[in-house]
Design a protein around this ligand. Structure first.
Ligand SMILES: Nc1ncnc2c1ncn2[C@@H]1O[C@H](COP(=O)(O)OP(=O)(O)O)[C@@H](O)[C@H]1O
Ligand SMILES: [Mg+2]
Length: 277
Protein backbone atom coordinates (compact mmCIF):
# COMPACT_ATOMS: atom_id res chain seq x y z
CA UNK A 1 0.00 0.00 0.00
CA UNK A 2 1.13 3.40 -0.97
CA UNK A 3 0.08 6.23 1.32
CA UNK A 4 -0.36 9.61 -0.30
CA UNK A 5 2.17 12.28 0.51
CA UNK A 6 -0.63 14.81 0.80
CA UNK A 7 -4.43 14.82 0.87
CA UNK A 8 -6.17 14.35 -2.44
CA UNK A 9 -9.63 15.85 -2.56
CA UNK A 10 -12.40 14.51 -4.76
CA UNK A 11 -15.73 16.30 -5.19
CA UNK A 12 -18.63 14.08 -6.25
CA UNK A 13 -21.50 15.84 -7.98
CA UNK A 14 -24.28 15.34 -10.50
CA UNK A 15 -26.67 17.83 -11.99
CA UNK A 16 -29.61 15.84 -10.76
CA UNK A 17 -30.53 14.28 -7.43
CA UNK A 18 -30.80 10.51 -7.26
CA UNK A 19 -27.97 9.89 -9.74
CA UNK A 20 -25.96 8.00 -7.11
CA UNK A 21 -23.58 10.58 -5.60
CA UNK A 22 -23.96 9.37 -2.03
CA UNK A 23 -23.73 5.72 -3.07
CA UNK A 24 -20.51 6.41 -4.96
CA UNK A 25 -19.06 8.71 -2.27
CA UNK A 26 -19.67 6.37 0.67
CA UNK A 27 -18.56 3.21 -1.09
CA UNK A 28 -15.58 4.77 -2.84
CA UNK A 29 -14.44 6.10 0.53
CA UNK A 30 -14.75 2.61 2.03
CA UNK A 31 -13.01 0.96 -0.93
CA UNK A 32 -10.09 3.37 -0.61
CA UNK A 33 -9.98 2.64 3.08
CA UNK A 34 -9.99 -1.10 2.35
CA UNK A 35 -6.84 -0.49 0.34
CA UNK A 36 -5.25 0.95 3.46
CA UNK A 37 -5.66 4.65 2.78
CA UNK A 38 -6.80 7.14 5.38
CA UNK A 39 -10.08 8.60 4.22
CA UNK A 40 -12.47 11.30 5.36
CA UNK A 41 -15.94 11.80 3.93
CA UNK A 42 -17.52 15.24 3.99
CA UNK A 43 -21.27 14.85 3.56
CA UNK A 44 -22.29 18.06 1.87
CA UNK A 45 -25.51 16.54 0.59
CA UNK A 46 -28.85 16.85 2.29
CA UNK A 47 -30.76 14.17 0.46
CA UNK A 48 -32.79 11.68 2.42
CA UNK A 49 -30.33 8.85 1.92
CA UNK A 50 -27.44 10.90 3.21
CA UNK A 51 -24.06 9.57 4.15
CA UNK A 52 -24.41 9.25 7.96
CA UNK A 53 -27.60 7.22 7.53
CA UNK A 54 -25.98 4.97 4.94
CA UNK A 55 -23.05 4.45 7.27
CA UNK A 56 -25.40 3.58 10.13
CA UNK A 57 -24.10 6.38 12.28
CA UNK A 58 -25.24 9.65 13.82
CA UNK A 59 -23.48 12.96 13.88
CA UNK A 60 -24.52 14.99 16.94
CA UNK A 61 -22.99 18.12 15.42
CA UNK A 62 -22.56 19.30 11.89
CA UNK A 63 -21.28 22.09 9.71
CA UNK A 64 -24.01 24.47 10.90
CA UNK A 65 -22.38 24.40 14.36
CA UNK A 66 -19.05 25.31 12.81
CA UNK A 67 -20.59 28.15 10.83
CA UNK A 68 -22.29 29.51 13.95
CA UNK A 69 -18.99 29.38 15.82
CA UNK A 70 -20.23 26.90 18.45
CA UNK A 71 -17.85 24.15 17.34
CA UNK A 72 -14.66 23.72 15.41
CA UNK A 73 -14.43 21.32 12.51
CA UNK A 74 -12.32 19.00 14.69
CA UNK A 75 -15.16 18.90 17.27
CA UNK A 76 -17.72 17.61 14.81
CA UNK A 77 -15.76 14.82 13.10
CA UNK A 78 -17.07 11.36 13.96
CA UNK A 79 -15.63 7.92 13.32
CA UNK A 80 -18.20 5.62 11.71
CA UNK A 81 -18.60 1.93 12.60
CA UNK A 82 -16.58 1.22 9.44
CA UNK A 83 -13.80 3.39 10.86
CA UNK A 84 -14.28 6.16 8.33
CA UNK A 85 -13.81 9.76 9.43
CA UNK A 86 -17.03 11.64 8.68
CA UNK A 87 -18.18 15.25 8.72
CA UNK A 88 -21.89 15.88 8.44
CA UNK A 89 -22.97 18.73 6.20
CA UNK A 90 -25.88 20.31 8.03
CA UNK A 91 -29.02 19.43 9.92
CA UNK A 92 -32.11 18.54 7.92
CA UNK A 93 -33.56 21.97 7.36
CA UNK A 94 -30.43 24.04 7.15
CA UNK A 95 -29.43 23.76 3.54
CA UNK A 96 -25.72 23.82 2.86
CA UNK A 97 -26.74 24.53 -0.71
CA UNK A 98 -28.11 27.87 0.49
CA UNK A 99 -24.73 29.09 1.73
CA UNK A 100 -23.00 31.85 -0.16
CA UNK A 101 -19.68 31.24 -1.87
CA UNK A 102 -18.04 33.32 0.87
CA UNK A 103 -19.46 31.14 3.64
CA UNK A 104 -18.36 28.02 1.80
CA UNK A 105 -14.94 29.56 1.35
CA UNK A 106 -14.68 30.12 5.12
CA UNK A 107 -15.76 26.56 5.69
CA UNK A 108 -13.14 25.17 3.36
CA UNK A 109 -10.53 27.29 5.11
CA UNK A 110 -11.58 25.75 8.42
CA UNK A 111 -10.17 22.47 7.07
CA UNK A 112 -6.71 24.03 7.44
CA UNK A 113 -7.04 23.66 11.19
CA UNK A 114 -7.86 19.96 11.04
CA UNK A 115 -5.00 17.97 12.49
CA UNK A 116 -5.75 14.85 10.48
CA UNK A 117 -3.42 12.69 8.48
CA UNK A 118 -5.50 11.95 5.42
CA UNK A 119 -4.83 10.45 2.03
CA UNK A 120 -8.23 11.25 0.58
CA UNK A 121 -11.03 13.67 1.35
CA UNK A 122 -14.23 12.79 -0.51
CA UNK A 123 -16.89 15.50 -0.72
CA UNK A 124 -20.43 14.28 -1.40
CA UNK A 125 -22.13 17.30 -2.98
CA UNK A 126 -25.74 18.39 -2.98
CA UNK A 127 -27.58 18.16 -6.29
CA UNK A 128 -27.51 21.09 -8.65
CA UNK A 129 -25.02 23.82 -9.46
CA UNK A 130 -25.57 26.33 -6.66
CA UNK A 131 -22.72 28.72 -5.77
CA UNK A 132 -22.06 26.51 -2.72
CA UNK A 133 -21.64 23.38 -4.83
CA UNK A 134 -19.48 25.19 -7.38
CA UNK A 135 -17.22 26.66 -4.68
CA UNK A 136 -16.78 23.25 -3.07
CA UNK A 137 -16.11 21.65 -6.45
CA UNK A 138 -13.52 24.31 -7.22
CA UNK A 139 -11.84 23.60 -3.91
CA UNK A 140 -11.26 19.95 -4.84
CA UNK A 141 -8.39 18.50 -6.85
CA UNK A 142 -10.66 16.30 -8.91
CA UNK A 143 -14.32 16.37 -9.82
CA UNK A 144 -16.39 13.25 -10.38
CA UNK A 145 -19.74 13.59 -12.12
CA UNK A 146 -22.15 10.74 -11.46
CA UNK A 147 -24.70 10.21 -14.18
CA UNK A 148 -27.37 7.74 -15.13
CA UNK A 149 -28.18 6.63 -18.64
CA UNK A 150 -31.42 8.54 -18.99
CA UNK A 151 -32.06 11.72 -20.97
CA UNK A 152 -32.61 14.08 -18.04
CA UNK A 153 -29.63 12.77 -16.08
CA UNK A 154 -27.44 13.07 -19.20
CA UNK A 155 -28.68 16.62 -19.85
CA UNK A 156 -28.03 17.63 -16.23
CA UNK A 157 -24.59 16.03 -16.15
CA UNK A 158 -23.63 17.74 -19.40
CA UNK A 159 -24.97 21.05 -18.05
CA UNK A 160 -22.85 20.66 -14.93
CA UNK A 161 -19.74 19.79 -16.94
CA UNK A 162 -20.37 22.80 -19.20
CA UNK A 163 -20.51 25.17 -16.22
CA UNK A 164 -17.41 23.61 -14.66
CA UNK A 165 -15.45 23.90 -17.89
CA UNK A 166 -16.73 27.19 -19.25
CA UNK A 167 -17.69 29.38 -16.32
CA UNK A 168 -15.45 28.04 -13.63
CA UNK A 169 -12.48 26.96 -15.76
CA UNK A 170 -12.10 23.73 -13.82
CA UNK A 171 -10.42 20.67 -15.18
CA UNK A 172 -9.78 17.16 -13.80
CA UNK A 173 -13.39 16.20 -14.50
CA UNK A 174 -14.22 12.49 -14.52
CA UNK A 175 -17.48 10.87 -15.51
CA UNK A 176 -18.96 7.95 -13.57
CA UNK A 177 -21.90 6.35 -15.37
CA UNK A 178 -24.05 4.75 -12.67
CA UNK A 179 -26.75 2.09 -12.62
CA UNK A 180 -25.90 1.03 -16.14
CA UNK A 181 -26.25 -2.35 -17.87
CA UNK A 182 -22.58 -3.27 -17.99
CA UNK A 183 -19.12 -1.71 -18.11
CA UNK A 184 -19.13 -1.59 -21.91
CA UNK A 185 -22.36 0.41 -21.94
CA UNK A 186 -20.89 2.75 -19.33
CA UNK A 187 -17.78 3.37 -21.36
CA UNK A 188 -19.84 3.92 -24.52
CA UNK A 189 -21.94 6.46 -22.64
CA UNK A 190 -18.79 8.26 -21.52
CA UNK A 191 -17.48 8.34 -25.12
CA UNK A 192 -20.76 9.85 -26.27
CA UNK A 193 -20.68 12.62 -23.66
CA UNK A 194 -16.98 13.23 -24.24
CA UNK A 195 -17.53 13.66 -27.98
CA UNK A 196 -20.20 16.27 -27.28
CA UNK A 197 -17.83 18.06 -24.86
CA UNK A 198 -15.07 18.06 -27.50
CA UNK A 199 -17.40 19.30 -30.21
CA UNK A 200 -19.32 21.97 -28.32
CA UNK A 201 -17.00 22.96 -25.47
CA UNK A 202 -13.67 22.31 -27.15
CA UNK A 203 -12.53 20.36 -24.07
CA UNK A 204 -12.45 16.72 -23.11
CA UNK A 205 -13.14 14.99 -19.81
CA UNK A 206 -11.96 11.70 -18.30
CA UNK A 207 -13.51 8.34 -17.59
CA UNK A 208 -13.17 6.89 -14.09
CA UNK A 209 -15.28 3.72 -14.35
CA UNK A 210 -18.93 2.70 -14.19
CA UNK A 211 -21.21 1.13 -11.61
CA UNK A 212 -23.64 -1.43 -12.87
CA UNK A 213 -27.28 -1.46 -11.88
CA UNK A 214 -27.39 -3.72 -8.83
CA UNK A 215 -30.47 -4.30 -6.69
CA UNK A 216 -28.18 -5.04 -3.74
CA UNK A 217 -27.39 -1.32 -3.57
CA UNK A 218 -31.03 -0.63 -2.77
CA UNK A 219 -31.12 -3.55 -0.32
CA UNK A 220 -28.06 -2.15 1.42
CA UNK A 221 -29.74 1.28 1.58
CA UNK A 222 -32.84 -0.29 3.12
CA UNK A 223 -30.68 -1.98 5.75
CA UNK A 224 -28.91 1.32 6.45
CA UNK A 225 -25.61 -0.19 5.50
CA UNK A 226 -23.07 0.65 2.85
CA UNK A 227 -22.95 -1.77 -0.07
CA UNK A 228 -19.32 -2.61 0.51
CA UNK A 229 -20.03 -4.16 3.90
CA UNK A 230 -23.58 -5.36 3.13
CA UNK A 231 -22.74 -7.20 -0.09
CA UNK A 232 -18.97 -7.15 -0.52
CA UNK A 233 -19.02 -9.76 -3.32
CA UNK A 234 -21.73 -8.05 -5.39
CA UNK A 235 -21.07 -6.76 -8.89
CA UNK A 236 -21.51 -3.15 -7.79
CA UNK A 237 -19.03 -3.66 -4.93
CA UNK A 238 -16.54 -5.02 -7.49
CA UNK A 239 -17.20 -2.00 -9.67
CA UNK A 240 -16.57 0.32 -6.73
CA UNK A 241 -13.29 -1.42 -5.93
CA UNK A 242 -12.26 -1.09 -9.56
CA UNK A 243 -13.11 2.60 -9.35
CA UNK A 244 -10.99 2.91 -6.21
CA UNK A 245 -8.14 1.21 -8.09
CA UNK A 246 -8.51 3.72 -10.92
CA UNK A 247 -8.46 6.58 -8.39
CA UNK A 248 -5.28 5.39 -6.70
CA UNK A 249 -3.64 4.88 -10.11
CA UNK A 250 -4.17 8.50 -11.12
CA UNK A 251 -1.12 10.68 -11.30
CA UNK A 252 -0.91 13.13 -8.38
CA UNK A 253 -3.30 16.01 -8.98
CA UNK A 254 -0.96 18.58 -7.53
CA UNK A 255 2.52 18.86 -6.10
CA UNK A 256 2.77 16.86 -2.89
CA UNK A 257 3.07 19.01 0.20
CA UNK A 258 3.58 16.43 2.91
CA UNK A 259 1.34 18.15 5.44
CA UNK A 260 -2.41 18.15 5.50
CA UNK A 261 -2.68 21.66 6.94
CA UNK A 262 -0.39 23.11 4.37
CA UNK A 263 -2.07 21.19 1.65
CA UNK A 264 -5.53 22.15 2.74
CA UNK A 265 -4.58 25.82 2.86
CA UNK A 266 -3.33 25.52 -0.69
CA UNK A 267 -6.45 23.57 -1.53
CA UNK A 268 -8.52 26.74 -1.52
CA UNK A 269 -5.93 29.28 -2.53
CA UNK A 270 -6.22 29.13 -6.31
CA UNK A 271 -9.99 29.44 -6.25
CA UNK A 272 -10.62 31.71 -3.28
CA UNK A 273 -13.91 33.53 -3.92
CA UNK A 274 -13.30 37.09 -5.12
CA UNK A 275 -14.88 38.65 -2.02
CA UNK A 276 -12.38 36.94 0.26
CA UNK A 277 -9.34 38.53 -1.34
N1 LIG B 1 -25.83 1.26 -9.28
C1 LIG B 1 -27.04 1.28 -8.69
N2 LIG B 1 -27.89 0.23 -8.83
C2 LIG B 1 -29.10 0.25 -8.23
N3 LIG B 1 -29.56 1.26 -7.46
C3 LIG B 1 -28.76 2.32 -7.27
C4 LIG B 1 -27.46 2.40 -7.87
N4 LIG B 1 -26.89 3.56 -7.49
C5 LIG B 1 -27.79 4.19 -6.69
N5 LIG B 1 -28.93 3.46 -6.56
C6 LIG B 1 -30.12 3.84 -5.80
O1 LIG B 1 -30.56 5.10 -6.27
C7 LIG B 1 -31.03 5.91 -5.20
C8 LIG B 1 -30.31 7.26 -5.22
O2 LIG B 1 -28.94 7.06 -4.90
P1 LIG B 1 -28.10 8.13 -4.08
O3 LIG B 1 -26.71 7.64 -3.99
O4 LIG B 1 -28.80 8.47 -2.79
O5 LIG B 1 -28.20 9.38 -5.08
P2 LIG B 1 -27.80 10.93 -4.85
O6 LIG B 1 -26.88 11.01 -3.69
O7 LIG B 1 -27.16 11.33 -6.16
O8 LIG B 1 -29.09 11.66 -4.64
C9 LIG B 1 -30.82 5.11 -3.92
O9 LIG B 1 -32.04 4.53 -3.55
C10 LIG B 1 -29.84 4.04 -4.33
O10 LIG B 1 -30.06 2.86 -3.60
MG1 LIG C 1 -27.04 12.08 -1.94
Amino acid sequence: MNLRKYTETIGIASGKGGAGKTTVSVNLALALQEKGFRVMLFDADLGLANAPILLGTRCPFNISHVLSGEKTLADIVVTTPQNLRLISGASGNQALAGLTAVQVGQLVQAFSDLQEELDYLIVDMAAGISPAVMTLMAACHRRFIVMRNDPSSIADAYGTIKVLLEDELMDEIYLIPNAIKNQLAGEALFQRINRVCAQFLGRTIHYAGSLEMDALIQDAHKHLQPLLTFAPASQAAKDVRKLAGAVTDLAPADKPSGAVQFFISRWLAPTLPKDLH
